[in-house]
Write a protein that binds this ligand. Sequence first.
Ligand code: NAP
Length: 226
Amino acid sequence: MPTMLVTGAGRGLGLALVEAYARRGWRVHACCRNPERAYALRGIAGDVVLHRLDVRDQTAYRPLADALVGEAIDVLIANAGIPGPEDRIEMLDVPAWFEAFHVNSIAPLVLAGALRRHVARSAERKMIAISSILGSIGDNRSGGLYAYRCSKAALNMAWRSLACELRGEGIVCAVVHPGWIRTAMGGEGAPLAPGEAAEALFALIAGLDLGRSGCFLDPRGRECPW
Ligand SMILES: NC(=O)c1ccc[n+]([C@@H]2O[C@H](COP(=O)([O-])OP(=O)(O)OC[C@H]3O[C@@H](n4cnc5c(N)ncnc54)[C@H](OP(=O)(O)O)[C@@H]3O)[C@@H](O)[C@H]2O)c1
């Protein structure tokens, strides 16, 4: 069976993605900050392997790659994300901006670099970054959420470059807006349950090929404006 790896697997969309893939018999490498306390994750049936990963920890990627040595990763999903500060422009929280960029924009690229060979040796060869329509410059008509929007826009650009770099290795790189989901980040008013969002993403990712590498897609596979 194929293998996938996802970050931020302890709750929210990441947890639902683990369930969606494990239920179909995939081997799942579930990365989270605190495996000991990831009770929901530990309760998921199937071939689920937990790994400790705070995506900001530069020293954690080499041991992760080593732990997976010889394994092929068909689908890598950079999912971990934070909302960042709710800023007023008169008083920006600069350290919180740096953290938002670290988690949302830089860490996914570090992950891609660390596990590039694992993905390259797989059959499916897909790297997915969970972005947000809030990172779209073209779609931004309401403003606000400066750090979150900017960090996701930076992620989009990083993944587009990654798609260019890895095309020759046959690796499909796509950024995906997963929809508005009822998680800690999305809030209770969101229309999508995490499981629904994960099912849609599973289908979307399954249908991707090199022709769609470098795209920014919504859950139904339509292109989002950059
Ligand atoms: N919810 C929405 O409506 C929505 C819409 C568009 C895009 N997204 C994107 O979807 C992704 C998942 O969001 P969500 O809604 O599931 O949010 P969430 O419920 O707040 O979950 C965020 C996840 O990211 C993890 N995380 C945060 N910082 C981390 C770090 N430094 N290292 C490792 N993991 C870290 C969290 O782990 P801990 O449990 O350890 O904190 C948690 O698993 C994010 O990239 C988000 O931007 C969400």
